[in-house]
Design a protein around this ligand. Sequence first.
Ligand code: NDP
Ligand code: MG
Length: 369
Amino acid sequence: MKSIAIIGITGSIGLSTIDVVRKHPDKFKITLATSHNKVDQLKSLIKEFNIPQAVITNCKFNNKNKGIMYGQESLLQILEDEKFDVVINAVSGSAGLIYSYHILKNNHKLALANKESLVMAGHILTGMSSNIIPIDSEHSALFQIMNGLKPNDVKKAILTASGGPFLDTPLNQFDHITPEQALQHPTWSMGNKITIDSATMFNKGLEAIEAHWLFGFDYSQIQAVIHPQSIVHSMIECQDGSILTQMSIPSMQLPILYALTYPHHIKSDLTKTNICDLPPLIFLPIEKTRFPLYYLTIEAGISGGLIPTALNAANEAAIKLFFEGKINFPQIYEIIDNYLNDFNNITDPDIDTILDANKYVFNEVYQSL
Ligand code: NDP
Ligand code: MG
């Protein structure tokens, strides 16, 4: 029986993890769970799974519920004091970094959904531990494929992207895209932030940076393609031209299960793919005029240092402005691009510098309008 801590249990990844645990109660026991705002949902999960420790990380709530702890510091203390077989970081956005840092600092195995952690501090986190198992479906695919390969035999990684809801929308209609339309993802049901990032293709850029840090690929070895069916979760092209892939119907339960059972593929009927039922598989290049944010994130990844943190914080602020109706959809890109043009980079920033810059950039961009 593996003891699992889930940070961000009430989100999309957290709830998919719960489905995995429900299906395999003999294999996994949730021993710590956190939410940030959803008090009632956390309480009902504590009851259903008999979870011995829980934290609400948002400090605006305080000591109103018996048996639940409050605030980020309480969670960091538990990570220092307790042992878990694996800790899942399923927090959304830059808020997840502090947890990834403390999970690794306290020598826990990290099952990582929060890609922003690696985008902001990949140089620090990958230097702290090799105990990071990706949950992001593309990286889980690469992780599974690379398991059987020698690093020198690998030519490049090919990340797949669904293309989001605006793959075929005429470009002259982009100014009128509403948040509701941007939240309609064609193949995946996810939290709001990553859904908007998928619509702009910012998410795929973050994933290229994530792949760079997890697997040591140079940016010239990372290609991303649009694959609207979301069946092929990514590919590795070998030096000899052979292309290896991992496939399944779109389901986050599969990469979560693998992160919990690695290096084994245990018997499970959670994700069933009937190969004869699959639609034709299509692969397309990413158009620069339609998805400029993908290309901007790659440039930010190559620049490195504090730039990816500034990029991500500016994006979080721009998304908030978009939800509030203060900017239109194409302005998400314009705001980030303008901000980065004047940003003074720092190479090899430490964790405090990154966390400070994240707050500073978010506020600057958010308050600029
Ligand atoms: P959600 O928004 O659905 O869930 C986020 C979770 O984090 C919730 O439990 C939320 O609590 C908690 N949370 C929010 N803000 C904070 C904070 N400041 N401090 C601590 N906890 C917080 O996100 P997703 O599950 O969609 O995504 C989580 C991560 O996984 C992201 O980094 C995303 O990119 C990545 N990912 C997600 C995929 C998906 O299918 N959803 C696929 C691949 C990667 P509460 O609900 O109480 O507010
Ligand atoms: Mg992904």
